[in-house]
Design a protein around this ligand. Structure first.
Ligand code: 13P
Length: 273
């Protein structure tokens, strides 16, 4: 089952090839959140040891942290520059490590869109100079907006990104998580709305199925496989994304992969270690 993909940052059709290989061989790609060079390097080192491709992703806060706290965050300046600097670090080192890296960004809510605009400007410059985008893909999380607005904005970004062979992840439903000490249980996605995303040809969908960012509380009911099954039946081969990977028991991870999950996000566990 193991197959060697070329080392370096994977962009364009190679990203789809990697996801197709994951689907054919019933595994999911880990998407590891990073905040600086030490955990970027640790992630690449581990991927090489396991002979597996890996997704490295920056959240908006992670990218700003990479730029340094004293830099202004006005107009997303620090998150744009921190993302670009992190991406260049990975472009410079991935090949030397022998790692195959899909370079991605995590949740981008509507108010953070200028962050992705800045990163796309950088990808367009990189594409002109080297024939490949700086980032492989981005995630837009407009799940708080009405579905029509979510899909309308996402389609515009999808079209801009597709010109460089970049891929897009969007979110429906809500990933739970802690806010002000209260853990929200999230909201399951509506399978019919998920089908609308598949019909638009958008590459990846993070669909809420009772998953939560951070640690799972003792009263967590587990993942809703009924929802995941219904989503997979309506979305066919579209790779599904499972957020909140930290603390999900291995048997649930396996079942989620059987039902179409191809990307699993892990942040808390890595930050803790
Ligand atoms: P955890 O922090 O629960 O691992 O979730 C990570 C995640 O989903 C990032 O989007």
């Amino acid at each position: 089952m193991s197959r060697k993909f070329p080392a370096g940052v994977a962009t364009g059709s190679l990203v789809s090839e990697i996801f197709a290989h994951a689907k054919e061989n019933n595994y999911a790609l880990p998407a590891v959140n990073v905040v600086g060079s030490s955990n970027i390097n640790a992630t690449m080192e581990t991927a090489v040891k396991l002979n597996a491709p890996v997704i490295i992703q920056f959240s908006n806060g992670g990218a700003a942290f990479n730029a340094g706290k004293s830099l202004s965050s006005e107009n997303q300046k620090s998150a744009i520059l921190g993302g670009i600097a992190g991406a260049r670090h990975i472009h410079t080192l991935a090949e030397a490590y022998g790692a195959t890296v899909i370079l991605h960004t995590d949740h981008c809510a509507k108010k953070l869109l200028p962050w992705i605009d800045g990163l796309l400007d950088a990808s367009e410059e990189h594409f002109k100079a080297y024939g490949k985008s700086l980032f492989s893909s981005h995630m837009l999380d407009l799940s708080e907006e009405p579905i029509e607005e979510n899909l309308d904005i996402s389609t515009k970004y999808f079209e801009r990104m597709a010109k460089m062979g970049m891929t897009l992840e969007i979110e429906l439903g809500v990933t739970g998580g802690e806010e002000d000490g209260v853990v929200g249980m999230g909201e399951c996605a509506d399978p019919k709305e998920c089908k609308m995303v598949a019909d638009l040809g958008i590459d990846f969908l993070a669909a809420g199925i009772g998953n939560i960012h951070g640690k799972y509380p003792a009263n967590w009911k587990g993942l809703s496989f009924e929802t995941l099954d219904a989503i997979q039946q309506l979305t066919g081969d579209m790779p599904l994304v499972l957020h909140g990977g930290t603390g999900i028991p291995a048997d649930m991870i396996k079942k989620a992969i059987d039902l179409g999950v191809s990307k699993i996000n892990v942040n808390t566990e890595c930050q803790l270690s």
